[in-house]
Design a protein around this ligand. Sequence first.
Ligand SMILES: Nc1ncnc2c1ncn2[C@@H]1O[C@H](COP(=O)(O)OP(=O)(O)OP(=O)(O)O)[C@@H](O)[C@H]1O
Ligand SMILES: [Mg+2]
Length: 323
Amino acid sequence: MNDHRMVVEQTDRTIICVSLNSAIDKRLLVPGFRLGAVSRAVQADATAGGKGLNVARVAHALGASVLATGFAGGGNGAWIMRKLDEIALRHQMVAVAQETRVCLNIIDESAGQSTEILEPGPEIAAAEKAEFMALWAEMCKPGQWLTLSGSLPRGLGEAFYAQLAAKAREAGAHAVLDTSGMPLKLALSSGPHTVKPNEEEFRQCFDADPRDRAAVRRIAAQLGEHGVQALLVSLGREGCLAALPDGRLWLAAPPAIDAVNAVGSGDSFVAGWTVACSLGLDVPDALRLAIAAGTVNAMSPGTGQVSREAVDAMVDRVQVTAL
Ligand SMILES: Nc1ncnc2c1ncn2[C@@H]1O[C@H](COP(=O)(O)OP(=O)(O)OP(=O)(O)O)[C@@H](O)[C@H]1O
Ligand SMILES: [Mg+2]
């Protein structure tokens, strides 16, 4: 096992990216794929996946110092850590007894169809959860930027992000939260610095229309009472609405592009926002970097694989308007 303290002492300007339910994302190209029959794949590849690792990879590509953390189990967990090593992305994972999951995407290009099968992932034991909480307590330093992304593995309880966000706030660290459903709802009153629902997550969580600007302003003000400093509602190709508790509101819009694959655009957006915040950029400039990263991700087939040059070139094409 790693020595937690040694790594954490080096992480002052480092962004810590939490990936609790990482996965090996395996893609199989299977022409004529049929249920209930034997099929042969003509191509197979695999990447270290999960939303938190996408954020980590993009922040790393944007030039930030990054530390990925979460749980890693068995041979799959070791494989993921090796993949991070290959790109010199630092990680500090809590080892778990159960195996890290594999998520399978079966693509039949001839039919234009893709079939996804997501394993549930490991169930985290109480002692493993406690070990992560101890590591988290060390990581939450004043001014530290942290990202919390994706769904929770079994065993942690739906209030786990609420607990992590509360600890961060107590310590004066800044957590950027991108999740959905009950884990999102429960975490709001713990005051994460930023919450980033997409349109559907926003509707579900707040029972409001993201295009209703008065409602977005009102919700940002309510969240502000709990310590939330920015509400970012991402709107796919329309960009995002950014609302602060004091009533300021912006629309940030990308240029029209030919989208190839927008999966992971939200994660890229979170990476851009967090890198910008950690550098002390103001809100409009942070939105430019966030939108640029999300948009560049949508322009290529990969998930969370952007180049810094492409993002830099996109930044000036983002329109930020105060509303
Ligand atoms: N078709 C598109 N054209 C231009 N930019 C896009 C497009 N889709 C996404 N983006 C960019 O990425 C950002 C995030 O996208 P989106 O709102 O779809 O996130 P998301 O639904 O959370 O994605 P995911 O959870 O799959 O990572 C947008 O604000 C925008 O900047
Ligand atoms: Mg998302």
